[in-house]
Ligand binder design. Structure first.
Ligand SMILES: [Ca+2]
Ligand SMILES: [Ca+2]
Ligand SMILES: [Ca+2]
Ligand SMILES: [Ca+2]
Length: 596
């Protein structure tokens, strides 16, 4: 029923050139032979021989019932004008039947989320209709399958995975989602059948992210920018919400989107505290949405940050020198001195230091960036006596954090001072020189170490100082001969200074002076005395002479000492040093001369 039927008929005639085909589709109303006046028909005129092909669709069941079902009787008349022939055939027409499921899915079945499932149905249609199979998976997915004629049975196959859409972080535990699978089959003749299955989709629990958090510094200056390197790894790659509580009232919230499952996501933030204090930074990371951002889907890590004002390194109040009174070893010709200071930095900063000797950089140190006391050493070798300044600058590299320490150090020795062996000058006549007369000064000096002697002389006539460096030792002595003349009459005090420029035992710089007379020679006047005059004068001279001789002797001894630059106290010290072995014993008379 409803299916188009094609009729074929053919005929010929020996008497006519045309044929008239009249085809009745429903010729008999009632058996055995009541014609149906309302039968549909076609009339076709053909040539000879003739044939017709006629299509017709029955819209109701046949009038009669036979072994094969209900049927109509179709009858054709062929007329050639002289005679008329007929043929008739039964046309079985029955109602179209609905297709049937020969196999279909269970009314309930379980699947795992995201797992592809193979599904099929086996269908039949007794009318051999091709079938339209509509698969509605219940999750918004629809698939349509067109089969061939289904009289012998046809398969319709589909593969599908149910993947429930869930909010980030969900589900929090064991979880199922049910879908209704609806398979609808239509044969195109108004027959539609369907089957429903409840599909239970099992969704595994969502795992919470794992976290990491480190800071660029856990001890920082208020002005420092601290970078927090935060990471999280979510097994499902859920979008994450990052919340940072900096513990100073500031909270930052950041989000990151979906990621590849089980890959590390970074969220680095920076912060400046601006003020000292101990701050516990708290980071929360959740793979869920509000209001489900609770443990275990909101995990946290914390980090203690100590913010304090950075302080300058602490440095020992003084530089320590070992030995602190260095003396040049006269055998080695030098003395080694080790200097040190102790430094520390409360912020565990590395401390850099530079050592200077008399303003010249001679060494440097750097400490580990660690708490505790670090000792900085400097070793110097001195080959000469003298006064030195040793200083050290230490800093942690921050502005205004320089510290300076300074030490004045005297390097001495057992060096002995030079001695004046002789200072002699003589007049050509009498006890004075004449103007412009050349006076020869003979100066002999000695030094136990034969050091260079710096010698200077001032002739006392406003001509200033004259300097000499004396180095030519002969048998331990250096000799200087000077010629000098005075232009005018007078008494001139000449001053002599000499030194070996060493720091050692006793005074190494000495000054002595002597008097030089310059006069115009007088003409001698001869005066006659009588014997009484001589006698009286003799008695007077004798008494004065005894006193004067004693005074002259005492004066002579003192002047001699002064010329040598030696005090009575020094004599005593020399005696002690000699007894201690620092000085060789002196000869009772070492031939020292003096001014005459
Ligand atoms: Ca059918
Ligand atoms: Ca997750
Ligand atoms: Ca510091
Ligand atoms: Ca000396």
């Amino acid at each position: 029923m409803g299916q188009e039927v094609t009729f074929f008929a053919n005929a010929t005639s020996s008497t006519s050139s045309t044929l008239k085909f009249t085809l009745f589709f429903d010729y008999i109303l009632t058996l055995p032979s009541t014609p149906n006046p309302a039968s549909g028909r076609t009339v076709n005129i053909t040539s000879v021989p003739g044939q017709i092909v006629v299509k017709y669709t029955y819209d109701h069941k046949g009038n009669f019932t036979g072994a094969l079902g209900t049927y109509f009787v179709a009858k054709v008349y062929v007329d050639d004008g002289a005679s008329n022939v007929t043929r008739q055939i039964p046309v079985y027409v029955r109602e179209n039947a609905a297709p049937t499921f020969e196999y279909l899915p269970s009314p309930r079945f379980d699947v795992n989320a995201s797992e592809p499932i193979d599904l099929y149905v086996f269908l039949k249609d007794v009318d051999n209709d091709p079938l339209t199979v509509t698969w509605d998976f219940g999750d918004g997915t629809i698939a349509i399958d067109y089969t061939a004629g289904a009289v012998d049975g046809v398969y319709s196959n589909q593969t599908h995975a149910w993947d429930p859409e869930l909010a980030p972080g969900e589900p929090f535990g064991d979880y199922i989602v049910n879908y209704t699978l609806n398979i609808t089959v239509s044969d195109g003749f108004g027959h539609t059948i369907f089957t429903l299955s409840i599909v239970t989709v099992h969704v595994p629990p969502n795992e919470s992210p794992s976290l990491g958090l480190v800071a660029s510094a856990t001890v920082a200056d208020p002005a420092d920018t601290i970078v927090f390197y935060a990471n999280a790894t979510d097994p499902e790659g859920d979008p994450l919400t990052w919340t940072f509580y900096f513990d100073d009232g500031i909270v930052e919230v950041h989000t990151s989107g979906y990621s590849t499952p089980n890959t590390t996501q970074w969220m680095n933030v920076s912060h400046v505290y601006g003020a000292p204090g101990n701050f516990t930074v708290l980071m929360y990371v959740s793979d869920a949405l509000i209001p489900n951002q609770v443990f275990p889907h909101n995990k946290s890590l914390s980090l203690l940050i100590r913010v304090k004002g950075n302080t300058a390194p602490s440095v020992s109040t003084t530089i320590t020198a070992e030995p602190n009174s260095p003396e040049i070893n006269l055998t080695l010709g030098n003395v080694t001195v080790r200097f040190f200071v102790d430094v520390s930095d409360a912020d565990a900063d590395a401390v850099n230091a530079s050592w200077y000797l008399d303003g010249v950089l001679v060494g440097s140190n750097v400490s580990q960036a660690a708490l505790g006391v670090h000792r900085f050493y400097l070793t110097l070798v001195f080959v000469d006596t003298g006064l030195h300044n040793v200083s050290i600058y230490a800093t942690d590299g921050r502005e205004g954090h320089d510290s300076m320490r300074s030490l004045n150090l005297t390097v001495s020795s057992r060096n002995l001072p030079p001695d004046l062996e002789e200072l002699a000058f003589s007049y050509s006549q009498g006890d004075y020189a004449a103007p412009n007369e050349t006076i020869v000064f003979t100066i002999v000096l000695s030094d136990p170490e034969e050091d260079v002697i710096e010698f200077s002389i001032n002739f006392g006539d406003n001509t200033g100082w004259v300097y000499f460096n004396l180095t030519d030792y002969v048998d331990g002595n250096v000799t200087l001969l000077l010629n000098y003349s005075y232009a005018s009459v007078g008494e001139y005090r000449i001053t002599i200074r000499y030194t070996d420029n060493k720091i050692g035992i006793l005074n190494h710089t000495k000054t002595i002076d002597a008097l030089v007379k310059v006069e115009v020679p007088e003409v001698e006047v001869v005066q006659q005395w009588n014997w009484w005059d001589y006698t009286c004068l003799s008695v007077l001279w004798l008494s004065v002479a005894v006193i004067a001789l004693r005074m002259v002797y005492v004066g002579y001894r003192r002047r001699k000492l002064e010329r040598e630059g030696v005090s009575v106290e020094e004599i005593k010290l020399r005696k002690e040093l000699t007894e201690l072995g620092y000085l060789r014993p002196e000869e009772p008379d070492n031939g020292r001369g003096g001014g005459s």
